[in-house]
Design a protein around this ligand. Structure first.
Ligand code: DAH
Length: 459
């Protein structure tokens, strides 16, 4: 089963430090000052900026992005697409403008790549919401909605479903609240179109909906009917996307002659919490025996709309954020997320624009496992070395030649009162065989950097 990534509704971790070496950092052609306390972005991550997989027409991530944009705009052509925002954003845009509390774990250096104390690599596409809302407010944009697709960056573990860069699509839609309640009419009309389109989809969605307000309060400035219509509009829009995408998958499975095809798609709406929406939900889809968490969403907090320039109480809006990579892995049957980043033609030749075919593995190159066990420096606790910091060292040394890193053992020696950890690293390339001596060299470098960075004693 695919392990979920930290969603911003959950809390974990605490702040830890990470050393810096260079005074300036160059990303997408621009230079930024680094600082000793905050900078933790590394060259191997910077090298991944600007690849724009979501814009490649025949890449699984690009195919999904295009299919979703097309489907959402097929109802009433309400969404402007923004697909070229650069990944460097301010801490304000990524967190403050969305009402993230100051101690939210998403802000910590163990989870986020900071360029300096004011700037970071966006951790989600929601970072651009305020800017896009303000384009609508200033009437620079006439469409009432927008879709933002982009690469986003998070420090995380290394395994087949996690990569420090992945892709999200943000969707938002705004209604101006008119004195004559024209917006209610508009909402009702648009909702009716959505409902009729959903009814025409070949893939029927069976929904379980937790729409109780308990523990998921609506905002005071909106009337019950507004909350209700806006929530329904949001949920039907997301359901339309899901039914469309899975329909494309089922079409491909039919062509491939798959025997047991589901006749309907089971989904459930679950209450959630996000700092910038109320009420909020997540949707999960039942696919091949597991609930897959697809997308977070909700009714945008009035404060966010005010920061974008709207007068208090003047608008209502919904927002959703959808992770593209995990969905693409599942639908295109991609066994390892590193494949998205390979330049190997045997991968890229397999996909066609507009089609969700399953990937046929061309080869499985053997992996080679190495353990590294060490004592922590005297007086240090397990908490002082964050797993993500160890991951970063391995990633920096081995890049895409590492398949998995796991903390396999940790204990405190009862007599010596020394603390030990052991990490298991599996080196494996997606594109070729690795030689033993190559792996030994990589491992030697990892060990060296662990000693330099954390002052550990190898066992
Ligand atoms: N940005 C959130 C994340 O990365 C996803 C999300 C949740 C986006 C709710 C939204 C939203 O626009 O309303 O976890």
């Amino acid at each position: 089963m695919l392990k979920p990534r930290l969603v911003y509704s959950t809390w974990k971790g605490s702040i830890r430090l990470y050393g810096v070496t260079s005074k300036t950092v160059k990303i997408c052609g621009k230079c930024y000052g680094a600082d000793d306390k905050m900078t933790n972005v590394t060259q191997s991550i910077i090298d991944l900026t600007g690849r724009s997989l979501h814009l490649q027409k025949c890449h699984p991530v690009g195919i999904l992005r295009e299919a979703i944009e097309t489907r959402l705009n097929s109802t009433d052509n309400a969404f402007k697409s923004y697909n070229k925002f650069e990944p460097v954003v301010s801490v304000y845009d990524n967190f403050d403008s969305l009402g993230f509390p100051i101690n939210h774990p998403g802000r910590s250096k163990s989870d986020t790549y900071y360029i300096n104390s004011d700037t970071l690599l966006r951790t989600h596409t929601s970072a651009h919401e305020t800017e896009c809302f303000s384009q609508i407010h200033q009437a620079k944009e006439t469409k009432p909605g927008f879709l933002i697709s982009a690469d986003v960056y998070r420090r995380d573990e290394i395994d087949r479903t996690h990569y420090p860069v992945f892709h999200q699509m943000e969707g938002c839609r705004v209604w101006k609240r008119g004195l004559q309640n024209e917006h209610i009419d508009q909402l009702q009309k648009s909702l009716a179109i959505l409902q009729s389109q959903l009814a025409q989809q070949k893939t029927k969605i069976v929904i379980e909906d937790d729409d109780s307000i308990e523990g998921n309060p609506a905002q005071a400035y909106m009337s019950d009917i507004e909350v209700n219509l806006c929530s329904q509009h949001l949920k039907r829009s997301v359901e339309l996307v899901i039914s469309e995408i899975f329909e494309k998958k089922l079409e491909s499975m039919r062509r491939e002659g798959t025997l047991k095809l589901p006749s309907e798609l089971k989904c459930r709406w679950i209450k959630a919490y996000f700092p910038w929406t109320a009420p909020s939900w997540e949707i999960e889809v039942w696919w091949q025996g597991d609930w897959l968490e697809l997308c977070g969403c909700g009714i945008v907090q009035q404060e966010v709309l005010k920061r974008a320039g709207f007068e208090p109480n003047s608008t209502i809006s919904w927002a959703f954020g959808l992770g593209l990579d995990r969905l693409a892995m599942l639908l295109f049957e991609i066994p390892d997320i590193r494949l998205f980043w390979t330049q190997d033609e045997r991968f890229h030749n397999q996909f066609q624009r507009g089609v969700i075919d399953s990937f046929r593995p061309y080869s499985k190159y053997p992996g080679s496992t190495r353990d590294v066990a060490f004592w922590l420096p005297p007086g240090k606790n397990f908490d002082d070395i964050h797993t993500n910091d160890v991951m970063e060292i391995v990633r920096n040394v081995a890049g895409d030649l590492v398949e998995n890193v796991k903390l396999v053992d940790q204990f405190t020696h009862p007599k010596k009162d020394k603390k030990s950890q052991c990490y298991r690293i599996n080196y494996q390339s997606m594109d070729r065989n690795l030689t033993n001596s190559e792996v030994n060299e990589l491992q030697k470098e990892v060990v060296k950097q662990l000693i330099n960075e954390f002052d550990v004693e190898i066992r």
